[in-house]
Design a protein around this ligand. Sequence first.
Ligand code: NAD
Length: 432
Amino acid sequence: MHSICVVGTGYVGLVTGTCFAELGNHVACVDIDESKVKMLRSGKLPIYEPGLLELVQRNSAMGRLCFTTSYAEGMRDAEFVFIAVNTPASEGDGHADLRYVEAAAKSIGRHLDHDLVIINKSTVPIGTGDLVTRIVQEERKGDAQFAVVSNPEFLREGSAVVDCLNPDRVVLGATDRRAAEKVASLYLSLRCPIIMTDLATAEMIKYASNAMLAARISFINEMAEICEALGADVKQVALGMGYDKRIGSSFLEAGLGYGGSCFPKDVKALMHMADSAGCHPQLLQSVSDINADQRKRAVAKVQHLLGGLRGKVVGLLGLAFKPNTDDMREAASVDIASMLLAQGATVKAYDPVAESVARGLLHDVEYCHDAYAAAAESDALMVITDWNEFKQLDMQRIRGSMRTPILLDGRNMYDPAHMRELGFTYRGMGRN
Ligand code: NAD
């Protein structure tokens, strides 16, 4: 049993802290957001993440998990302090905004009164491990010792708890090998490969991994465009490719491109780092451009089918950037709804969990209580998020309720032939 402090109770910090508690450790989570801490103390979650609520409630009740806004309280007995604060893209050139990491490092430095290990879990530019070390050194008052270890996080929203407890690998970067070994001891019970390396390499592994995944998505989306032009079906192309062991089947789903709080910002931040170091990241630039184009292509298809969008009603199925989350950061829905509205369409939308977050971002959208209401009296229906509940919809009922039965399947969820049989004018992404 170890005593752990986690700074930041967002998707990563809350899941990490809760999972460490579930493994038997004593965990204190610190956040500057008082409303989040208040909610968590009363056994409620500020985010939607499957399976998390039960774990938070159980571990809180067992006295292994607590929440506070006070660093002094959170760090009191901590042997390990994890930094899991947000690192958003900055306006303009897209470099990672480190102000939250810097603030967290300052607070940790000021409250450092015993030896401990500081672990950076946030996705941060190469060199941030050294920056955190410098900040803590500057802020600390006494002679308590510390080491900084980089431990990037690879969990996926929507399956974060399962990912956290069953990681493919744990990456640890440090100059102090003993500190890295101490952190490794926290993960031993998970029985996964542990890669020990230097700080810069660990930080780079995270960016390179996300860039690779984003590149696969943009690759298959480029294939989708070519398939469409040449009369092939990208879904079957991906299936045929995926059986090749050298290729594999994951991250080969053509659609509206990647979104969320990681891939878009991490690809841009890596491009910025590469530029600053005198490199010319041509592939990353294309990955990012293709992704932006997918959203425009989807809207253009609907516009073409309707002969213009002014005065038309478009229904959106799903708003979250992917299923099983309420995260709307960089969601395709935000760009698509904005483009539709700018061209004079009325937009109706339904999402099973992201509506309240979406309301803060998309003000002119009419929010509906279910998929049928979003489709009713619309001139076109666009599938934006492939939520499971959309797979079993009564599509005959949907078609019957629409003004014109145009279905733009942005996630290739439905069988084109079946949809046409039902009377839809169907368009997928990369299949005719
Ligand atoms: P988030 O925005 O959901 O949560 C960040 C939390 O940190 C917020 O609750 C915020 O109030 C808190 N915070 C900010 N400054 C603070 C401070 N000085 N002291 C205490 N708390 C503070 O962010 P997230 O999605 O959990 O991402 C965190 C990091 O992990 C980012 O670097 C991200 O790139 C990375 N990451 C995210 C995911 C993901 O799926 N979300 C996956 C892997 C890695």
